[in-house]
Design a protein around this ligand. Structure first.
Ligand SMILES: Nc1ncnc2c1ncn2[C@@H]1O[C@H](COP(=O)(O)OP(=O)(O)OP(=O)(O)O)[C@@H](O)[C@H]1O
Ligand SMILES: O=C(O)C1=C[C@@H](O)[C@@H](O)[C@H](O)C1
Length: 298
């Protein structure tokens, strides 16, 4: 059931100054002379706004104040926090809605390296009750358990691409899988023939955010980003930009697009980096739903 009025939770507790291990970051002023520290109480109040289905993130107003011997003191801390507290519920309800439309068809996530195909794909598979597969991992297994980076080094990119196509062909015969595809899977038209057996979703993430994510973990496992010199963020950003120029149109072949800039704008977030994988998965379910409804002429 949805809350239609705002709710406030309050509790108070005694302060035991001798047990406060660190120096306080603010000071308290009270309206009476402070003689008995045992009468100093702290009051914590959190106000949750009324829930609206369209608002995925809520502003929770948190206030910490003090009172002495039941006389009010000053507010120590007052802040608005954004909380994604209903993401789990939304994920559940959206997946229940989309499940019957998908009817066992696989979901293929496409997008640039680092766009979150694995992270979001695992969430989607869990809520849909699907299995999860990663085409890069299948290729690694097929190549005898060596990493993608080593496959590129030892056998070259064409060999990798052939194995990738073979992995997608095998997956196209399966049902109830969420598949994280390799970042370059979109460049071969034959791969689309396989992916169109299911529903494909493009995770469209700004290049700056991709470069930040990849720079944070290093480029070692991503052979197409690993050769240039310079600082990691800049070289990653430059290389991703040229790859995107070559591939942007190919990603747009996907049945549905999940654009992080659009999600941020809808939910009042300033930065796409603040979007949680769950919020992105919810948008993916919404986009899959509208694609399938449109396809069925609903
Ligand atoms: N919404 C998010 N916010 C912040 N970091 C994220 C988010 N989604 C994924 N990441 C991080 O970005 C990195 C890449 O994510 P992930 O491996 O899911 O992407 P991918 O598309 O599968 O990448 P690749 O195609 O290179 O295998 C990981 O370190 C992951 O923790
Ligand atoms: O974008 C790409 O071309 C690639 C992305 C990775 O997922 C791997 O499939 C491989 O490193 C190539």
């Amino acid at each position: 059931m949805e809350a239609t009025v705002s709710q406030t939770i309050q509790f108070s507790t005694w302060i035991q100054p001798e047990k406060v291990g660190r120096r306080p970051s603010g000071s308290v002023s009270v309206s009476r002379p402070l003689t008995d520290l045992k009468k100093l109480r702290v009051l914590v109040s959190a106000r949750f706004p009324a829930s609206k289905a369209s608002n995925r993130r809520k502003n929770v107003a948190l206030e910490v104040s003090c009172c002495y011997n039941n006389f009010p003191g000053s507010v120590v801390e007052s802040e608005n926090y954004q909380t994604p507290f209903d993401e789990a519920l939304l994920l559940k309800s959206k997946s229940e809605e989309v499940g019957p439309y998908l009817d066992g068809r696989c979901v293929y996530l496409v997008g640039m390296m680092g766009s979150g195909k694995t992270t979001v794909g695992k969430i989607l598979s869990r809520v849909l009750g699907y299995s999860f597969s990663d085409s890069d991992t299948l290729v690694e297994q097929e190549a005898g358990g060596i990493s993608v980076a080593d496959i590129f080094k030892l056998h070259g990119e064409d060999f990798f691409r052939d194995k990738e196509t073979d992995a997608l062909r095998k997956l196209s015969l399966m049902h109830r899988f969420v598949v994280a595809t390799g970042g370059g899977a979109v460049i071969r038209p034959i791969n689309w023939k396989y992916m169109h057996k299911g529903v494909s979703v493009w995770l469209d993430v700004p290049l700056e955010a991709l470069a930040q994510r990849i720079a944070a973990v290093g480029t070692g496992s991503r052979p197409l980003l690993h050769n240039d010199s310079g600082d990691v963020y800049t070289k990653t950003f430059m290389r991703l930009s040229s790859l995107f120029e070559e591939r942007g149109n190919a990603y747009a072949n996907a049945n549905a697009r999940v654009c992080l800039e659009n999600i941020a704008a809808k939910s009042g977030q300033e930065e796409v980096c603040d979007l949680t994988p769950a919020a992105i998965a919810i948008e993916a379910l919404e986009q899959i739903h509208s694609f399938l409804k449109q396809k069925e002429g609903l």
